[in-house]
Design a protein around this ligand. Sequence first.
Ligand code: URA
Length: 213
Amino acid sequence: MTAEETLSRLAGEISACAKCGLHETRKKSVPGDGPANAEIMFIGEGPGFHENEQGHPFVGASGKFLDQLLAQAGLTRTEVFICNVVKCRPPGNRDPLPDEISACDAHLEEQIKIINPSIIVTLGRISMGKFIPGVKITAVHGQMRKVDERFVIPMFHPAAALHQAALKPSILADFGRLPDQLNEARVALGKPAIVIRKKEELVQENPQQLSLF
Ligand code: URA
């Protein structure tokens, strides 16, 4: 089985998963989107209203902002993997409960193992807590650190930055550092560094991204 096939087999298992109570209220599970060979994996908290309707991560307002942040880093959705700590919507968009997070953890761990990203970007404190427990996001956001065999960068959740305007410059600056951090991670992991695309080149490749700037 190729990595892509293993990922889609896992997505099928997730859609039938009943390991926690969230399956009772979900419309669609949201396993995650992106290629199996993505070098960067973004992990949010859990699906919201629109994600539950569509079965894809970050398709609502915070998803639009995430697209803008990815563009800030010279990235597009087609080259990164985006998923959440829990794959089914917590009712009313509440925070996922500890037992829901631990019930879903095997799915997330399997995704990480299949994709084997150089960098995991955690979006928000819940996702950060899995990799870097006991720290405050305000103190560590944007800072890359080695966790086991890869690098983790905790970032503010895009929704937090949408609701608190004061966070927006920080999150934009953090994403702007991502290309250099990716090269740093690649070199540290013994992989060749890559050419970093500029925003202008990205717009040439994907003219629809022009609207993001
Ligand atoms: N917020 C998240 O954490 N994940 C999503 O998929 C959407 C909004």
